[in-house]
Structures are given as structure tokens and as C-alpha cells.
Design a binder for this molecule. Structure first.
Ligand code: CA2
Length: 141
């Protein structure tokens, strides 16, 4: 079964704005890294600026995904609805942040998603996604 790589709002701009925070690499580069890291397992990278769409994909993951890597973007810090959707998902979930959220504004220090995540990676740039995919592989055995 597929590993879903879910990305929240504004991450479509990755590599195109604010490279000092998020680097120069794009979501296509993330997809490439994750495909390499997943080996034989298929990955599906998705990005949306719509919270309802993200929730629908998490619901879809209940039957379609062996694990979820999620960078919820700003919804990390605001969305009980995304937490509730993830709580209805039974497989492994790894939360990824490209930047070190703990080195940034105080409002980024709290994550609703971390209440569900089996692991959290922050501040490792897009390499964090590849490490999260490897971890999902290890948890699935
Ligand atoms: O560090 C991360 O990955 C974040 O999840 C990124 C979110 C931010 O709200 C979180 O606190 C931390 C923001 C995503 C916006 O992505 C952009 C990428 C390039 C240019 C502009 C925005």
C-alpha cells in the first residue's frame, strides 16, 4: 500500500519564495526524495490550500495508505479538525516541518497534530520528508 505525503497551505510555493527559511528545493524535489526513500513502496505526494480537501485525503488514507507523512503547514498550529481526522486513521503518522518551528515565533511551538503523530521531525529541510518515509517503512516492517 501507498505512503501518502500530505502538504498543507502555501507549500506549493516551496522553492519559489522565502528560500532563507524553506530552501530552494520544490515539492517536485520532495517527491523525488520520498520516492527514493520508499524503495519498492509507492508514494503519493499531495498538496492543498483547502482544509476540507486535506481532511478528505486523510479519510481516503484509511483504506488507501499504509502510512502518512504530513506537513500540515500553518494548520499544525490551528486545526483540531485535522487532528480529529488523523485520530480516525490507524496507520503510522509522521509530522514533518521543513523549518525548526521551535526556533521561530511562539505560536509555531504548539502542534495539534503532534498529539497524534508517532514522530515529529523539524528543521532538517526537505531531508526530513525522506527520513519520515524511512521511519514509516521501519514501522511497517
Ligand atoms: O516549517 C514548516 O514546514 C512549516 O510547516 C511551514 C508552514 C508554517 O506555517 C509552519 O509553522 C512550519 C508554512 C508553509 C509555507 O510554505 C512556504 C514555502 C515557501 C514560500 C512561502 C511559504
Amino acid at each position: 500500500m501507498t505512503i501518502f505525503i500530505l502538504n498543507g497551505p502555501n507549500l506549493n510555493l516551496l522553492g519559489k519564495r522565502q528560500p532563507e527559511i524553506y530552501g530552494h528545493e520544490t515539492l517536485d524535489d520532495v517527491a523525488r526524495l520520498c520516492t527514493e526513500a520508499a524503495g519498492a513502496r509507492p508514494v503519493r505526494l499531495l498538496q492543498t490550500n483547502w482544509e476540507g480537501q486535506m481532511i478528505d485525503w486523510i479519510h481516503e488514507a484509511r483504506t488507501e495508505a499504509a502510512g502518512i507523512v504530513i506537513n500540515p503547514g500553518a494548520w499544525t498550529h490551528t486545526s483540531v479538525a485535522i487532528l480529529d481526522a488523523l485520530n480516525a486513521y490507524e496507520g503510522p503518522v509522521i509530522e514533518v516541518h521543513i523549518s525548526n518551528v521551535h526556533k521561530r515565533e511562539a505560536f509555531r511551538h504548539h502542534s495539534y497534530v503532534s498529539l497524534r503523530a508517532d514522530g515529529v521531525i523539524a528543521g532538517l529541510g526537505i531531508q526530513g520528508y525522506a527520513l519520515a518515509v524511512q521511519r514509516i517503512g521501519a514501522l511497517l516492517g
